[in-house]
Write a protein that binds this ligand. Sequence first.
Ligand code: NAD
Length: 437
Amino acid sequence: MRLAVIGTGYVGLVAGAGFSDFGNDVTCVDLDAARVAGLLRGEIPIHEPQLDDLVQRNLAAGRLSFTTSTAEAVPGADVVILAVGTPQSEEDGAADLRFIEAAAAQVASALTGFAVIVTKSTVPVGTADRIRAIVSAGTTQPFAVASNPEFLKEGDAVNDFMKPDRVILGVDDDRAARVLRNLYAPFVRTGDRIMVMDIRSAELTKYASNAMLAVRISFMNELALLAEKVGADIEHVRKGMSTDPRIGARFLFPGPGFGGSCFPKDIRALAHAARQHGNQLEIVEAAERANRRQKRVLGERIRAAFGGTLAGKRVAIWGLAFKPETDDIREAPALQLASDLLEAGATVVGYDPVAMDNVRAQLGDRIELAPDMYAAARGAHALALVTEWKQFRGADFRRLKEAMAEPRLFDGRNVWDPAILRDLGFTYQAIGRGGLP
Ligand code: NAD
């Protein structure tokens, strides 16, 4: 099949490369000329395990190409995939559909025959109707619209895309359903995990899934704060809860609040859309508030440990990406922490295995960035672990203690063993571990 993918970010690039790997002829489009030029040389603009191999292999085989021109990519395509960003609008939390609308108009003027225009971006219910109206106004060619929300996780995106748990297809046209089923058939050979539904239900399924996961995390974060107050250890509580098959073990980890390019903006967009329909989503709104509060917890603790001011103190942050195995720092809890520490007068030094270029681009020289994890700790009066990259788990604590000016650790992910650290002479605080000796 011939595909055009509009938007070559975390979703569009993985999807474009993944579809080409199954023999489709894929052209990926991005407005960012530098990104496209790099991709044509086989350079991957984001950190995503296995993606470079996937892109380079298919680029070399001639099945995958990149361009800045939608007008070049769309003619002759059977399927056009919209994978542009849908950020939060400044004012009210609603999804900003500017990029989707612009992309739809560009696609319309480039159509040369029937194509299925599929939205992979996360968009509010009803967006497909808007896309249909925009495309209709810009072309006389026949087309169908469809919704195919993406569920990949950054950090494991290639695996998620190539072996999806489910493929949701929102369609209102038999031909579109046939084309899309055919496109996804090779991905689900071990069992039909394709679910065909109406477009509005597909659009809502994506928000519902993200909101449920966000609620789980905020629930555990609130419970962790309570555990501290009542002298319980949230790690025991978590394990005890997780053995109930109705609850399960995943997404029950307390931490420094969730970030990333999806959960925060998507729950705000969902709550906003619900309010517009006069239907407040109390639980989702509370999860959002709890998360905003949680992102301040580490900063408050570090500040309190030094009597309320951090003037003259050096604080190290290990892990800046919003989660391990990605360089994405959108709404990362480490950024909130850095800003709180700076406001309290600290000098902040960060280290992340892959996200430092993005942090430098966003924060400039407001924080120092160290070449390795121990260099970040050198001379620090406190160290906060914010993103649980593997290399931090098995840190050499003796080396760490020698490097630090004061041995104070704030474990935002509960990954370290408190007893070992205390034996080594560290002061240790975690999230929700009130029952520790
Ligand atoms: P991104 O910001 O990484 O990439 C979007 C790209 O689209 C950018 O490179 C931008 O230059 C390009 N673009 C914008 N307008 C364009 C146009 N008219 N023509 C061509 N290119 C254009 O975004 P992302 O993280 O890949 O997310 C894309 C969508 O997928 C969002 O709606 C997001 O919510 C959703 N989503 C993201 C993830 C994720 O993990 N990142 C997972 C599932 C769904």
